[in-house]
Every structure is written in structure tokens, then in C-alpha cells.
Design a protein around this ligand. Structure first.
Ligand SMILES: Cc1cc2nc3c(=O)[nH]c(=O)nc-3n(C[C@H](O)[C@H](O)[C@H](O)COP(=O)(O)OP(=O)(O)OC[C@H]3O[C@@H](n4cnc5c(N)ncnc54)[C@H](O)[C@@H]3O)c2cc1C
Length: 506
């Protein structure tokens, strides 16, 4: 199965590409769902169960996006901790969020049972641990907030990961699974009952015509009543692009010499935090560790992130070898909660689901629940909490301002300054770099045979300058997270057009 990066994730090794049909031509559909990750596939199945005639349209293949780059911890606590949610949104909102988290876990477990899905689903206890005084203070606040919201957290003396900690808290009732096996089975159920699924077809946008919607795709237009963007950011230009910031996170799957693989989920409280769990693939057990998050495009030599991660984890575990390593992209919302609901500035009946941070297995499942309820009835108990048009009710938009400022910095700073003239000859094989060359800002990659692939470095979404990602071999846009392959093809939206060749503009 293909993913939107050059490195192979643990989940790709088992699963082949799902079969697809090529025909988008259909007179009138109830719902078009754009994107076949956990959000799109779960939403389509939910809507189909409610009697809607659906089509999933996927630009690449099922699981091409973050769902194959995830680590698939299933948690009832989030990157935005309950104490922060209480401060920013109030206690009632935090309680509703805790209820939603529990419901998402039940939905996933319910699907596993109902469809008899073999996806290595395992209940797990999670452990949050502080490594110093500062982290301990954060942990204390987090535990207090979680308890107020209704999430059970208990102090314990043991850290099953063997990492010396000043305090350890256990959270029962969590879980893990194989994300691609899970969505592949959901897709199987959906297709079996007549659901339509088109792969290799990018959606460019949607417009209202009369009383219906027209979705424009690479393979022609589709008429429907509802459109759900399960794509993180929707294509085109939208307020969501300024309320979400793209980040990359790094993961390694490790073989350990002592074969001591803790059967638990673990997290420290660094900013960015490290996360741990184990999984058996083809009879081999691995420790999966992640972290080293940064704003997309901020680091070009991404090998350094993997090295830092392995060195850090090596302090506590006896690493025999790094079996897999990969990175993937998530989106952080302006206020910590996801945006799930009507897409602001678009016609009625157009929806989005984004800003999941590192909790998209749960929020993707909740998006499916919320959006299918909105389509079916116009309402959902989570409508207000996740409303994409909300303004943060209590606190100021600190992150929003910060991320917004970053976007502006990249727009002005990257395009018109700094990158000094470098000659193409300065590149080694396998390296890429944005260079100024006779007045052009160019994204230049020299492949392993020494052939140069030269593109304009302007992102085709909103014209920020793309940055090289040395390990995933991609050009990543720091503004809104669009990513392109070495020949300019779109790997990740919101861009819908490939990077242009410098002398042959399309
Ligand atoms: C390293 C890492 C670890 C993580 N670990 C966890 C974890 O442990 N637990 C957890 O809950 N969450 C985790 N997350 C977050 C979670 O994996 C994601 O939020 C989730 O997978 C998002 O699923 P999705 O279906 O919304 O998006 P995706 O899986 O990215 O799917 C979007 C799909 O839309 C398609 N698409 C995009 N644009 C278009 C278009 N214009 N036309 C057609 N198709 C289009 C893409 O090709 C893609 O297949 C992690 C994230 C990262 C980066």
C-alpha cells in the first residue's frame, strides 16, 4: 500500500492496495466523502447504515494520508488536556469532551465486534509520567482536570516502560489497534453493501448549483446533496487554512535485545512529548516510539529528528535495531479542539473535519459520528463543541495568533529573501534544496542517478515556498501543509495542482 512519504511505516508492510472503480459518473448521489482515511471510511459506513447513497473519492489510495503514518493509540485523553479545556471552554465542555472520547472508543470496539474485524484490537492501560519537577506540575494539573471532566486517572508507583519518573499516573480503559486493517475492514463492509469508492481521483472543489452541490474532480463533475471533506484541510482557499497549523511527528519501530516489550501505552510530558507502545507484525514484536514534532518545513534534514528520537529512546531501552522509521503530518487547531462540522464560507451541506492534533483515531471516529448525525438530522450533541465557526469562548487565541504569524512569516520571508544563491552542483545525489538561480526560486532534487528534478518552489496553494524533507523525499509547504513529490505531484493537500516546472508552466 502506498503512503504519502518515501519511508515505509509499520502498517504498510501487511496490506495491499484496495481494489477500486474508476467511474465517478453518477446522476445524483446523497453524499460525496472526500478522502479515504479513518475519517472518510468511518463516515461513509455510518451514512450508508443510515440509508444514504455515498461515494468516497480518494486522491491516491485508501490510507494514503496520516492514517498509515499514525501510531494508533486509542485514548480518552488528548493533546489538549482537560485542565486546558476547562480553562478555555469551561467544565461542561470538558465533560462533554470526555463523554465524546468514551463514545468514540465504544464505537471502534463496537465495529470490531459487529464486523468481526481482525485488527489486533487490544485493551490497554495508559501511563503518563513526569521526568522532572516541571513535568510533574503539568501532570498534577492534567490529572486534576481529567478527574473533574470524568476521566479516571490513578497515581501508581510503577512505570511499565522502565523510565525513571518522578510521578506515574495510570489511565485504565484505553486501547490500540492496527489502523489499516481496521479501516480496510470497514471499507469492505461499505463496499459489500453497495458503497462506491473511487481511488486516484483528486477533488478540486465544490459549488452550489440550484438546490444541489457539484463536486469537481479530476475525472469530471459529480452532483450530490452533501459533501464531506475528510482530508484534513479542504482544497481551495478557506478560513480553515488559517486556523490549523501543520506539524510533522517522527516514529520508529524498534527490535529490543532483551525482548522486554511493555504491554501498555506510555507518554512523558515533554513539549513535544514522546509516546510509546508495542505491536506484533508478522509474528515479530516491536516497540513503537514517537516524538520530535516540529512545524512542517522547519527542519529540512529530517534524518536529525530520527537520530534524536533513537538516541533518546536508547537511553531507556536496549535497542537491537531500528526496523521501521517514518514521519507523518498532523494539524493543530487554534484552540486545541478539532473542527468538525459545516465548513465556514462554503454552501450549506459542505462539511470539514480537521485540527485533530495527535488524536485523530478518536477524533476521526467522532467526526464520522458527528457528521453523519448532521447530514441525517441537521444536529449532533457535539455540534457546538466542535463547530468550525466557533470563536474560542474564554481564553485568547494565543495559538491562533502564533500560528497565523508563522504563516505570514513564511509568506513574506521565504519568498522574497534569505535563500542564498547556491549552485546546483552543490547537491549530493539524493539531496534536495530550494535555490535561487538566475532570478528563479527553484526546488531542486538530485536523484540517486545524479539526475536533477527542477521545479518552481512556489506552493500551488497560496504560493509559500516549499521546503525539502530529506527522509520522506518530499517538498513540504510550511504554511498549510501541502506536500509534493520529487516530480511535483501532490502528496498532501490542500494544494490540488502539482508544482510547476520552471520553463514549462502548466
Ligand atoms: C506520527 C503520528 C502519530 C499519530 N498517532 C496517533 C495516535 O496514536 N492516536 C490517534 O488517535 N491519532 C494519532 N495521530 C493522528 C491520526 O493519525 C490522524 O489524525 C488521522 O489518521 C487522520 O485521519 P483522516 O482520515 O482524517 O486523514 P488521512 O488519513 O490523512 O486521510 C485523508 C485522505 O484524504 C485524501 N485527500 C486529501 N485531499 C484530497 C482531495 N483533494 N481529493 C481526494 N482525496 C484527498 C488523502 O490522500 C488521504 O488519503 C497521529 C498522527 C501522526 C502524524
Amino acid at each position: 500500500m502506498k503512503r504519502d512519504g518515501a519511508l515505509e511505516s509499520l502498517w504498510q508492510s501487511e496490506i495491499k492496495v484496495y481494489g477500486h472503480e474508476n467511474d465517478v459518473n453518477r446522476t445524483h448521489l446523497d453524499v460525496v466523502i472526500v478522502g479515504a482515511g479513518i475519517t472518510g471510511v468511518t463516515t461513509a459506513l455510518n451514512l450508508q447504515k443510515k440509508g444514504f447513497d455515498c461515494m468516497i473519492i480518494e486522491a491516491a489510495n485508501m490510507g494514503h494520508g496520516t492514517t498509515s503514518g499514525t501510531t494508533a493509540h486509542l485514548n480518552t485523553f488528548f493533546d489538549a488536556s482537560y485542565d486546558e479545556v476547562i480553562d478555555d471552554f469551561g467544565l461542561d465542555a470538558a465533560k462533554l469532551l470526555a463523554l465524546a472520547a468514551g463514545e468514540a472508543l465504544e464505537i471502534i470496539h463496537g465495529n470490531v465486534v459487529e464486523f468481526n474485524i481482525d485488527c489486533d484490537y487490544s485493551p490497554r492501560t495508559a501511563y503518563l509520567f513526569s521526568l522532572d519537577e516541571e513535568q510533574e506540575k503539568i501532570l498534577d494539573d492534567l490529572v486534576e482536570g481529567s478527574r473533574k471532566a470524568g476521566i479516571e486517572m490513578n497515581e501508581t508507583g510503577i512505570n511499565p516502560f522502565g523510565i525513571p519518573s518522578t510521578k506515574v499516573v495510570e489511565i485504565p480503559g484505553q486501547a490500540q489497534f492496527h489502523p489499516i486493517k481496521y479501516i480496510k475492514s470497514l471499507m469492505g463492509e461499505y463496499v459489500k453493501d453497495g458503497g462506491r469508492f473511487v481511488e486516484g481521483c483528486r477533488v478540486a472543489g465544490v459549488e452550489k448549483e440550484g438546490d444541489h452541490l457539484v463536486v469537481s474532480t479530476q475525472q469530471g463533475n459529480i452532483v450530490c446533496d452533501h459533501v464531506i471533506y475528510a482530508t484534513h484541510l479542504p482544497p481551495g482557499k478557506n478560513i480553515m487554512h488559517f486556523r490549523n497549523a501543520p506539524y510533522r511527528s517522527y516514529v520508529v519501530a524498534l527490535k529490543l535485545r532483551d525482548n522486554n516489550y511493555p504491554q501498555a501505552l506510555g507518554y512523558d510530558l515533554y513539549e513535544a512529548y514522546h509516546y510509546y507502545r508495542t505491536h506484533v507484525i508478522n509474528g515479530e514484536e516491536y516497540l513503537i516510539a514517537g516524538g520530535e514534532d516540529h512545524k512542517t518545513g522547519d527542519i529540512e534534514n529530517t534524518n536529525e529528528c530520527f537520530e534524536r528520537l533513537v538516541n533518546y529512546v536508547g537511553r531507556y531501552f536496549d535497542i537491537e535495531r531500528v526496523a521501521y522509521r517514518w514521519s507523518s503530518q498532523f494539524y493543530e487547531s487554534a484552540d486545541g479542539l478539532p473542527y468538525i462540522g459545516h465548513l465556514p464560507g462554503s454552501p450549506d451541506n459542505v462539511y470539514c473535519a480537521t485540527g485533530y492534533t495527535g488524536n485523530g483515531m478518536i477524533f476521526g471516529t467522532l467526526a464520522a459520528k458527528t457528521l453523519s448525525d448532521l447530514v441525517a438530522t441537521g444536529d449532533s450533541i457535539y455540534k457546538k463543541l466542535f463547530d468550525p465557526a466557533r470563536t474560542k469562548p474564554l481564553a485568547s487565541f494565543t495559538n491562533f495568533v502564533k500560528e497565523g504569524a508563522d504563516v505570514v512569516k513564511h509568506l513574506l520571508f521565504d519568498r522574497f529573501s534569505v535563500d542564498k544563491i547556491r549552485t546546483l552542483a552543490a547537491l549530493e545525489n539524493g539531496q534536495g534544496k530550494v535555490v535561487n538561480y538566475e532570478g528563479y526560486s527553484l526546488a531542486v532534487y538530485k536523484d540517486d542517478t545524479g539526475k536533477e528534478h527542477i521545479l518552481q518552489s512556489d506552493c500551488t496553494h497560496l504560493h509559500c515556498t516549499v521546503k525539502w524533507n530529506s527522509e520522506e523525499k518530499s517538498w513540504d509547504c510550511p504554511c498549510h501543509g501541502s506536500r509534493f513529490g520529487i516530480n511535483g505531484e501532490v502528496l498532501t493537500g490542500p494544494a490540488v495542482k502539482k508544482l510547476k516546472k520552471p520553463l514549462n508552466p502548466e
